[in-house]
Write a protein of this length. Structure first.
Length: 280
């Protein structure tokens, strides 16, 4: 019988809650709703940062793949050149690229970035997003408990307005229901209040820490990558820039050679090797 009565009481409360929502509406506390709105905005910001960091890390992976392709194509193309210095520089360039892109090398730039990003950004953000999800569930629970308390409070006030005796079964039942719903609401409300207050206090610090950490991790990744490349740069900029050796610039050298040949009235030579030896 106790189980049946409990089930009937639960169904009765569900019906009362539905009527309360439909006819009276949910009570509005402007201060509470304002804080909740800020909390929802804060949660959306953290979720957006989490997604954007994932996009950034995918971009870094694409950059690393591009560096590997560039290094391999360059070293393979120049490996055929019969110049030991160029071959040595090709090997150094490939080693520098591996120091940046090798995910299985613990000290590479990208491996360190992944570890630091996961530990300092992604894990804390996951923790916040999960906690915020639980908070949203508590917010719904608080709204429900508040509706139940308001219903029980109104029924108790009706008993008082009808001047029922304090020993009347209906009066005692209404009073007990009001006290139990009041305590249930208080238990949820104090939990929600403390969390919302703490998050409001530390929201700025959390976002600022996230921003500064992201800046530092980006700087460290690019600085480490630049250091790896700088270690294989020539000591002095003694090579000619590529822009000075385009076909347009080289054409001037060709024209000068042709003009010199005309002025010297060179005899016709059909053997290419002979012409090459003469040129050397």
């Amino acid at each position: 019988m106790d189980g049946v009565e409990e089930q009937f009481s639960h169904m009765n409360m569900e019906w009362k809650v539905m009527k309360e929502k439909f006819f009276a509406g949910e009570p509005v506390d402007p201060v509470f709703e304002g804080i909740v709105k800020d909390f929802i905005s804060f949660d959306l910001t953290l979720q957006d940062i989490f997604k954007k960091v994932e996009v950034f890390m995918k971009g870094v992976d694409s950059l690393a793949d591009g560096l590997v392709v560039l290094a391999e194509s360059t070293t393979q193309g120049l490996a055929a050149v019969d110049d030991p210095l160029i071959k040595a520089d090709c090997c150094k360039m490939k080693e520098a690229t591996n120091a940046i892109t090798r995910a299985d090398a613990p000290h590479s730039a990208i491996a360190k970035l992944r570890r630091d990003m996961d530990f300092n950004i992604m894990n804390p953000l996951r923790s916040h997003v999960l906690n915020n999800k639980n908070m949203k569930a508590y917010l719904e629970k608080r709204r429900r408990r508040l509706l139940e308390f308001n219903i029980a409070k109104r029924e108790f006030e009706n008993c008082q307005s009808r001047n029922l005796s304090q020993t009347d079964r209906r009066y005692l039942s209404a009073q007990s229901q009001m006290e139990s719903t009041k305590m249930a609401f208080h238990e949820v409300d104090k939990h929600i209040f403390e969390w919302l207050y703490i998050l409001e206090e530390y929201k700025g610090d959390i976002l600022d820490s996230c921003l500064q950490t992201l800046k530092y991790l980006q700087y460290e990744f690019f600085a480490t990558s630049a250091h790896s490349i700088s270690s294989v740069l020539p000591a002095r900029m003694e090579f000619r820039p590529m822009v000075e050796m385009t076909p347009e610039h080289l054409e001037a050298q060709v024209e000068m050679s042709l003009q010199e040949a005309e002025e010297n009235e060179e005899e016709v030579v059909t053997d290419f090797s002979v012409r090459l030896i003469e040129k050397l």
